[in-house]
Write a protein that binds this ligand. Structure first.
Ligand code: DGY
Length: 321
């Protein structure tokens, strides 16, 4: 019997390919950069399934170019790059990788927060630059973390895992989401549900964990920076466009907030002009889920998603959540 044809759009862990190989005839764009759009549109023409990344837009143009497509599995928890209603209208199943990257993403959010608050990156550059001339009571002073207030925007799996870690720092935790969490989750995490403006006014650290959609695009912009404390930090390991990056550069340069730590950008891999020269910003290249263990789990889950869709023919419900 002929095997279904699948396109894998990027280099992925071997464990992912090992799962796919027995079931599918694979075309693999085995590179560390995004597959060019033209090549993607050409390659999907005869494919039954697609294992894609957040850098591949799965939109009506792609669906039109892929008449045989039945399943799309994204190697990510986020699926804002996929037009899910358009896929549903075409009967294309969509799956993602929720759950397996929650802890590594929450860990990295804390790495960002701590690096910004305690000026770890500046300290590293100071040492390497030969500037350290001995202990000084006023050198590279940061901001306390313990006992401060953490504001979590988006209280899903990752937001809650970030909040959980705040307990170890004896922090007050505020959260905002469009839906209030169950009382037992609030109690377990010692987290208080507040309106967004109150969270922005009260928090020493504002950490973004919401999905990107039309309601959250530029949720954090000039107005939000105007409400935040001058001593506050913004952390974003969710999606770049939730923060108006030009407004952030203005806020950092004018010291309307004390600092920011970012893992994601509005127009990845680019950054807004001026961001790279902001001394009070810690900048990482979308690393939050980048541990060996997590990326293997994501690869396995993404492969299983395609096998579910094309071999086991589990079409509903879609796993995207
Ligand atoms: C995702 O999975 O959506 C991340 O952004 C990459 O881990």
């Amino acid at each position: 019997m002929l095997k279904p044809k699948v396109l894998v759009t990027r280099r992925v862990p071997e464990e992912c390919l090992d799962l796919l190989k027995p079931h599918f005839e694979l075309e693999h764009y085995n590179k560390g950069t995004a597959i060019p759009r033209k090549r993607l549109l050409k390659s999907v023409k005869d494919k039954d399934g697609l294992l894609c990344l957040l850098t591949d837009a799965i939109d009506p143009e792609l669906l039109a170019a892929a008449p045989r497509l039945k399943a799309v599995s994204t190697f990510s928890v986020g699926y804002d790059h996929i037009d899910v209603p358009a896929c549903a209208a075409r009967g294309v199943a969509v799956t993602n990788t929720p759950g397996v990257l929650t802890e590594s993403t929450a860990d990295f959010t804390w790495a960002l927060l701590m690096a910004a608050a305690r000026r770890v990156v500046e300290g590293d550059a100071y040492m390497r630059g030969g500037k350290y001339k001995g202990w000084d009571p006023l050198m590279l002073l940061g901001t306390d973390v313990s006992g401060k207030t953490l504001g979590v925007i988006g209280f899903g799996r990752i937001g809650q895992a970030v909040a959980k870690r705040a307990g170890g720092f004896s922090m007050r935790v505020l959260y905002y989401d469009t839906r209030r969490a169950a009382p037992d989750a609030e109690a377990a995490l010692n987290a208080a549900f507040v309106p967004l403006d109150e969270l922005l006014r009260e928090s020493d650290y504002v950490s973004v964990h919401t999905v990107l959609d039309e309601d959250t695009r530029h949720l954090i912009g000039d107005r939000a920076f105007g409400l935040m404390k001058k001593s506050a930090y913004l952390i974003n390991a969710a999606r770049g466009p939730i923060v108006d990056e030009k407004a952030l550069v203005r806020a950092l340069k004018a010291e309307r907030i004390r600092g920011a730590a970012l893992d994601v950008y509005e127009r990845e891999p680019k950054m807004a002009p001026g961001l790279a020269s902001c001394r009070n910003a810690v900048l990482a290249p979308h690393l939050a889920s980048a541990t060996l263990e997590t990326r293997v789990k994501m690869g396995v889950m993404a492969a299983e998603g395609l096998i579910d869709g094309l071999v086991r023919k589990l079409r509903s419900p879609y796993r995207v959540d």
